[in-house]
Design a protein around this ligand. Structure first.
Ligand code: KG4
Ligand code: ZN
Length: 369
């Protein structure tokens, strides 16, 4: 199969056994298996989500306090085939109606990525369709485009998930520049670890968020690492350790929190969340102002956090910045956001070879604290 770019029309066309097609009308089957969510979606024209199914493994990993890579990979193997069929069915189409197959190529847990990539390659080969290799984090950074009338670029994108906390300058879908990122724990990881030490369960973000709403965010002054530094990097491991020391004292490892009242736990949760959110908000706004963009988009699982949504809203309004909060179904890991980037790769003629390899990279570790 040969793929050519058609400069007159500034879009890509493909010539294959199945004939010509115009990528501006592409219907893309997308697959996402980078961590502990198996997802398949069918998206037309890069924004018309016909189906977007997510099979969560959270119940399988909860008792380990984090994602166990081996368990995640096995669950993807069991689920990916039926889920793809279901996504096609929900979109009212079959393999023959699909123009291309997009898949998350990385970063992620390599054993998990391999499952999605092998599935996508198989479909691409058997049905003679182009394969599109999508970067997971860039997909988070651009997922807001699923809900805007026009592409919202240029923008600063804050991607906050269990595996990543990064700021990007998004000039266009495929022109995404990393401005800075966490040098240790991701924001979601910090939520999960603090929840673990407060014995609140996994995943920690939603429960800390809920408990924090009943606490006093000014009760304890936890550190806001690098909040006034001019760079765009983050560090949350000191904050996590400060919570640990506050709860158990400096000399001790963590154990039972039976000595804390529900009120004290709520105050710790609220104060921790306030420190983390203030850091994210301040650094995001400052990056947008420095670069001179007037739009901020937010993606990733931690974008569900109620304090982050509220505080970003306040800060963006004050700074006359347009804030686009990606809806939750497109914030957490999902295949629709992979299709968005896949569509752009198809238009640009950037088709992956069947020998493309998953790119691993450290994501949320299984162990706590
Ligand atoms: O994007 P995501 O679904 O998966 C990754 O790619 O990591 O993000 C999951 C992370 C978890 O760490 C979870 O605790 C966190 O997002 N999270 C939250 C909230 N909901 C999910 N963190 C804070 N507040 C929330 N409401
Ligand atoms: Zn993610």
């Amino acid at each position: 199969m040969v793929y050519l770019s058609s400069p007159q029309r500034n879009r890509s066309v493909a010539i294959g056994k199945s004939g010509w097609y115009d990528s501006s009308m592409a219907r893309i089957l997308a697959i996402e298996t980078s961590c502990d969510e198996t997802s398949a979606a069918v998206v037309a024209d890069g924004r018309d989500v016909r189906s977007n199914l997510v099979s969560s493994q959270v119940d399988l990993h909860a008792r380990y306090g984090g994602v166990v890579p081996e368990i995640a990979a096995r669950a993807h193997v069991e689920r990916i085939g039926p889920l793809v069929e279901e996504a096609l069915g929900a979109a009212g189409c079959s393999y023959s109606d699909i123009d291309a197959v997009a898949v998350t190529i990385g970063p992620g847990l390599v054993g998990s990525l391999v499952v999605g990539v092998m599935a996508a390659k198989t479909i691409a080969l058997v049905h003679d369709r182009p394969l599109l290799a999508v970067d997971h984090i860039e997909a988070h950074a651009t997922s807001a485009a699923l809900v805007t009338d026009a592409p919202p670029w240029p923008a600063v994108a804050l991607v906050v998930s269990g595996g990543h906390t990064s700021l990007y300058h998004v000039r266009d879908f495929l022109d995404v520049e990393l401005l800075g990122q966490t040098v240790d724990d991701a924001a979601g990881e910090a939520f999960d670890k603090v929840a673990a030490l407060l014995e609140l369960g996994f995943p920690g973000g939603p429960v800390v968020d809920r408990i924090a709403s009943g606490g006093d965010a000014r009760a304890i002054r936890f550190p806001r690492t690098w909040i006034d530094e001019p760079h765009d990097n983050f560090s949350f491991s000191g904050l996590k350790t400060a919570v640990l020391y506050h709860v158990f004292g400096t000399g001790r490892k963590y154990g039972s929190v039976a000595h804390l009242s529900p009120r004290e736990i709520a105050d710790i949760a609220a104060s921790f969340q306030a420190a983390l959110v203030e850091t994210l908000v301040k650094k995001t706004i400052r990056a947008a102002q420095r670069i001179g963009v007037s739009t901020v988009v937010v993606g990733g699982g931690v974008a569900a956090n109620s304090a982050l949504r509220r505080e970003l809203g306040v800060a963006c309004e004050r700074a006359s910045i347009r804030l686009i909060l990606t809806p939750m179904k497109y914030c957490t890991d999902n295949a629709a956001m992979i299709a968005v980037q896949g569509e752009q790769l198809l238009r640009a003629g950037r088709i992956a070879g069947l020998d493309v390899e998953p790119r691993g990279g450290l994501r949320r570790p299984a162990k706590s604290v």
